[in-house]
Design a protein around this ligand. Structure first.
Ligand code: PAF
Length: 287
């Protein structure tokens, strides 16, 4: 596996790959890899000739400096895992490499991300999706990837990235991959490493509640289902729901009635102590 740290090296590597007419899959990550990331890498390795993985904790998508400072990092372990998963190259740039003119200069350009970027994470983390669009569009352009893989845990992020490639005219296919969960149902996330033992023990209740709410939703309104989820989770020690939105799976706009859409998803963010966990579940999914 090639270890690439600079943009110049990356561009050279990609040119050689393109000269050979090979198909490139990209898996963008912020490192602290877990089986969820590795499932994206494995999917890309199966689908493409070359798989490039980026490992970069992108400062411009963090609106909370403490969150950025505590974000887990383990470069050596990431490299070992990626080599084991069959990645062809890992791109591990520094912040200066990605933003040579500083991160505030990068904020000058505003991406058109549509209304999907204004709700939920967009509301709670101002500037977050602009930061995601900055780094992801740069990675798409530098790697000239044919296809990029993202996990459905970040359901809204995928919708926003689709809007970004449409407005920027970037020719790439986005593949959304299913959420990977621990045996007890907790969605895998790099942030899980920050949970204390007690918080980790309690965390699976998030998914269990979402699952039982699907059954509940068959006989109750959207409003009642919303209340069911939020009240149950807020009753758990150290847990506080930041938002729970029941939305149309395509537009991400809230629905008031189950008949409004054939694709309805519940998206949740819960503070478990100081650790912010996100998850989602489909209530209705068209075939
Ligand atoms: O989902 C993530 O880990 C990040 O938002 C991404 C897509 C790698 C951009 O930094």
């Amino acid at each position: 596996m090639e270890i690439i740290r600079t943009t110049v090296q990356l561009v050279e590597y990609i040119s050689k790959v393109k000269e050979r007419g090979l198909r490139i899959g990209l898996v963008p990550t912020m490192g602290a890899l877990h089986d969820g990331h590795l499932s994206l890498v494995e999917r890309s390795v199966a689908d493409n000739d070359i798989t490039v993985v980026s490992v970069f904790v992108n400062p411009t998508q963090f609106n909370n400096p403490a969150d950025l400072a505590t974000y887990p990092r383990d470069e050596q372990r990431d490299i070992t895992l990626l080599a084991g998963a069959g990645a062809s190259a890992v791109y591990l740039p520094t912040v200066e490499e990605v933003y040579p003119e500083g991160t505030s200069a990068a904020a000058g350009y505003k991406y058109d991300l549509g209304t999907a970027a204004e709700v939920m994470e967009g509301k709670m983390r101002p500037g977050h999706f602009q930061g995601v669009a900055q780094i992801v569009s740069r990675l798409f352009r530098l790697t000239r990837a044919d296809v990029a893989y993202f996990g459905e845990k970040d359901f809204q992020q995928i919708a926003v990235i689709r809007n970004m490639i449409a407005s920027e005219g970037i020719d790439i296919r986005i593949v959304a991959c299913p959420i990977k969960r621990a045996d007890d149902g907790l969605a895998l996330s790099s942030r899980n490493a920050l949970l204390t033992d007690d918080q980790r023990r309690r965390a699976p209740i998030i998914y269990r509640t979402l699952q039982s709410s699907v059954e509940y939703s068959m006989t109750h309104s959207v409003r009642e289902t919303h209340h069911y989820v939020v009240s149950r989770l807020n009753d758990v020690e150290e847990m506080e729901v930041e938002y729970f939105e029941i939305v149309d799976g395509r537009t991400l706009l809230p629905v008031d009635d189950w008949r409004e859409s054939r694709w309805i998803v519940g998206c949740i963010t819960v503070y478990n102590g100081k650790v912010r966990l996100i998850d989602n579940i489909a209530y209705r999914k068209e075939n």
